[in-house]
Ligand binder design. Structure first.
Ligand code: B12
Ligand code: SF4
Length: 462
């Protein structure tokens, strides 16, 4: 049994030349699991070279909603050139789509690769042959990459799969997290789940060895954790594992960064400060705090009640002054029904203040109420908007958190204007790393669509 696994070209990449080069850790994890199960995998990254499909089975990774239209086009191209194939789609956004929605978007010969039972059935293997992602080493998949590709990936920041899942349940978030079904009210509790630590360590040691063979002297890792300090006991073990790899490679540098809630950071500082201290020693130097708006009312409205003004300010201060790390302000704001001019202005002012006071780095994003997998996607109040997206899949791009508010995502004109105003102001703050993009909406003329696509070229998010 053979399958081609494809990392699609970034949706803002230029038509020609290399696209957005970034080690595709999600797809490599899926590859390693399939290789372990005895499937012959050929790996492709359309950001590096044009796609050449040679199997009857083709699997794609979708990193988020903006990739839905890209994968639809890619499938059509493959079908036109090579005839019918069996397609698998994976990546977390796929789990947010119902079977009906998946069929409408991608057709009936496309299956949900995130579901192990479906994956096993399609690939004709025993589901037991699929080892859990937490127990999967990525080395078999890394070994399938050419040295040229590996060199490109290791020369840039890339994601290290350390843990998955978050105990919180913010409304706008589509990650693997605690979840309350808006239709049935049923709550699915999620806890952060770590990968087997010896496997992480062996994978990291392998990557360091590879990097050294290319003459590189450092790796820049973006931890996959959604909230780095959520499980301090495991974090401490991870920090020791990284330090051991560093000890074995004395002249080699490992830098790490990751995302966190201010709540978990402050709890870890209180209950297990060594987890932060040892992580810093291991090379962790930047933490992106999910501030995501400002004021108690806004956080309550988007179910991010674990934030408070005091906790945010203390975590940002402490990050810089007590631990010598750079705080990043991950500001998903412009919440369509929760924000007001006052709260938007306050979010802007506080970000400005912490840049000056603590050298914080602003990372503004625009909240989107409905994204496959978040609470709003299945809520009846957004069913018309969801239907519009299913009819005009190109508009899934407008759900990109770096896309300006549009009439589709922010129907209230006044909030749309204000959210746009403050998002753009945030993007002008010193040190800002967000390159905003223009949204593709269902009603654009061909001329407008061309202009938007041109504007968005190479404006990648980090
Ligand atoms: C690294 C990372 C990035 C990197 C790039 C990663 C890359 N090229 O691989 C960068 C920084 C570029 C990035 C960008 C974005 N990201 Co990002 N990213 C991550 C991060 C931190 C880690 C990904 C990872 O390594 N996961 C580990 C692997 C093991 O897990 P996995 O993704 O769940 O994949 C499993 C399954 O889905 C399945 N699978 C995956 N693909 C396939 C394919 C096949 C064929 C099969 C069978 C199975 C399969 O197998 C895997 C193993 O079980 C995650 C957070 C997280 N914890 O996952 C966010 C995350 C995936 N990103 C997310 C988003 C939204 C984005 C953006 C769209 C943000 C935005 N601007 O709106 C952008 C992309 C914008 C654009 N226009 O392209 C969301 C996705 C939510 C969702 N459900 O849609 C996440 C979960 C973050 C979050 N807190 O919400 N991201
Ligand atoms: S936004 Fe952050 S804290 Fe909230 S559920 Fe998502 S990952 Fe967890």
């Amino acid at each position: 049994m053979k399958i081609d696994l494809v990392q699609p070209r970034h949706n803002y990449a230029l038509k020609e030349g290399v696209g957005h080069i970034y080690m595709p850790t999600s797809l490599l994890t899926a590859s390693a699991r399939l290789l372990n199960a005895g499937i012959d995998v050929t790996f492709h990254d359309e950001n590096l070279r044009p796609l050449e499909v040679s199997s009857d089975y083709v699997g794609f990774n979708l990193l988020g909603a903006p990739y839905i239209p890209e994968v639809i086009k890619l499938q059509q191209r493959i079908k036109e050139e090579l005839g019918e194939k069996k397609f698998l789609v994976g990546g977390q956004v796929v789990s947010g789509l119902s079977t009906h929605q998946l069929g409408r978007l991608f057709g009936n010969s496309t299956y949900n690769g995130n579901d192990d039972f479906i994956l096993a059935r399609v690939m004709d293997i025993d589901v037991k042959a699929l080892i859990s992602p937490e127990k999967t080493s990525l080395i078999p998949a890394y070994k399938r990459l050419s040295d040229d590709a590996m060199r490109e990936y290791l020369s840039r920041e890339f994601s290290l799969y350390v843990s998955q899942g978050c105990k919180f349940s913010c409304d706008f978030c589509a990650a693997v997290r605690t979840y309350k079904d808006p239709a049935t009210g049923q709550v699915t509790k999620v806890k952060e789940s770590y990968r087997n630590q010896s496997i992480i360590k062996a994978d990291l040691a392998y990557l360091v060895g590879k990097a050294k063979s290319f003459g590189l002297d450092k790796l820049q890792l973006y931890m996959s954790n959604l909230d780095v300090f959520q499980t301090p006991t495991e974090l401490l073990r991870f920090a020791y594992a990284v330090s051991e790899v560093k000890q074995d490679n004395p002249d080699f540098k490992i830098n790490l960064r990751g995302l966190a809630t201010v709540d978990s950071f402050l709890r870890a500082r209180e209950n297990m400060p060594e987890s932060i201290e040892e992580l810093v020693k291991a090379g962790f130097n930047t933490v992106g705090f999910g501030v995501d708006g400002w004021t108690k009312e806004v956080w309550a409205a988007v179910k991010k009640g674990h934030n408070s003004e005091e906790k945010c300010l203390e975590a940002i201060r402490s990050t810089r002054e007590d631990f010598g790390m750079t705080p990043e302000i991950l500001m998903v704001f412009g919440h369509p029904t929760a924000d007001t001019e006052e709260s938007l202005g306050a979010a802007y002012q506080v970000t400005r203040m912490v840049i000056g006071a603590y050298g914080a780095v602003p990372r503004p994003h625009v909240s989107k109420d409905f994204v496959p997998g978040n609470n709003g996607w299945r809520s009846p109040e957004h069913s018309d908007a969801v239907e519009s997206l299913l009819q005009h899949p190109e508009a899934f791009q407008s759900l990109d958190f770096t896309a300006l508010p549009s009439p589709l995502t922010h129907p209230n004109e006044r909030i749309r204007e204000l959210a746009t105003k403050y998002f753009l102001k945030m993007c002008e703050l010193p040190g800002n790393t967000t390159q905003y993009v223009k949204p593709i909406t269902p009603n654009l003329t061909l001329e407008e669509l061309k202009e938007v696509k041109k504007f968005n070229e190479s404006r990648f998010d980090r």
